[in-house]
Design a protein around this ligand. Structure first.
Ligand code: G4P
Length: 285
């Protein structure tokens, strides 16, 4: 589910996150491993300040493994604590707990030196819509935590969930707005389902997806749709080839471009054609 963000929503979301931040030792930022740059919220860096940050590259099962490794290295170099996850898998709690312990080691050592009794590490999850925040919270809580929806400003008493033996987690994630500034970012957000289909031009999304695959994953594209194209084939001809191959025709034997567009978007979004990462670690900024 996605929402339309207005300045009022954004201000409210920011205030709520700032309030919650006061209660926690560490922030767990969830990104979509397919778009680690586009799924970052633009203002989070400012509000987190010096607090330790664990960055989860979620949906790693849908992203390109090599590229995920490159992102992990890049994020480590930036001074955060990254991990790649499939939020639906059973080992999520252990992995997050280990990384959270590592990220907060210094804080707790300092507390110990001052003679402060050890307590659980307090953490909260933040991220833009659809990156898998609820999936991860439910997985950690081992139950379905009431979903407040991706609606900023929903007031609900926050509760602590016991997460493993060393961690406590706020049961309500901080929902952040996605980036808006750049068309290609919008296309990536739409292609991965982070923003609604009706706020973007679907033809542009399908064209973006096809160009990306033609440039980076030509064989996967050819094989999946059983089409004969090369790196120089015009995009419209790729639409034609897919329409032919899949039998998407209208009366008069014309290609049904609308169906091709939808198919390409859903097949890419569901990682059916292959596991692709649309933000490359080397060049995304
Ligand atoms: P949010 O709270 O950040 O908005 O995201 P949410 O957990 O609702 O997850 C959004 C969608 O992403 C859900 O699919 C969820 O199942 C899926 N998802 C979350 N983590 C992963 C992951 O690591 N890998 C894969 N492949 N999918 C993941 P949905 O289609 O909206 O719902 P459903 O089909 O699970 O019911």
């Amino acid at each position: 589910m996605s929402i339309n963000w207005f300045p009022g929503h954004m201000a409210k979301a920011r205030r709520q996150i700032e309030e919650s931040l006061k209660k926690v030792d560490v922030v767990i930022e969830i990104l979509d491993a397919r778009i680690p740059y586009a799924s970052k919220n633009p203002m989070l860096d400012h509000v987190i300040g010096d607090k330790p940050r664990v960055v989860v590259l979620n949906k790693k099962d849908m992203a390109n493994n090599k590229e995920t490794d490159r992102w992990i290295n890049r994020l480590k170099a930036e001074g955060v604590y990254p991990i790649a996850l499939n939020g639906k898998e059973p080992n999520v709690l252990k992995k997050i707990e280990n990384t959270v312990v590592e990220a907060t080691k210094e804080i707790f050592e300092r507390m110990e030196r001052k003679g402060i009794n050890p307590r659980a590490i307090r953490a909260m999850i933040v991220g833009i819509p659809n990156v898998g925040k609820s999936t991860i919270i439910n997985n950690i809580a081992k139950r379905k935590v009431a979903k407040t929806g991706n609606t900023p400003g929903v007031t609900k008493a926050q509760q602590w969930i016991k997460a493993g033996t060393k961690m406590e987690l706020l049961d309500t994630p901080g929902v952040l707005w996605p980036k808006f500034e750049d068309e290609s970012i919008g296309q990536k957000l739409s292609l991965t389902g982070a923003i609604k289909d009706n706020v973007v031009n679907l033809d542009d999304i399908a064209i973006f997806a096809l160009k990306f695959m033609q440039e980076h994953h030509l064989d996967a594209l050819k094989q999946f749709y059983n089409i004969n194209i090369d790196e120089n084939t015009e995009i419209v001809e790729i639409f034609d080839a897919i329409g032919q191959s899949r039998g998407f025709k209208m009366s008069g034997n014309e290609i049904d471009y609308e169906r091709v567009t939808e198919r390409v978007i859903y097949d890419t979004r569901d990682a059916k054609i292959g596991r692709f990462t649309f933000d490359l670690a080397e060049s995304a900024e």
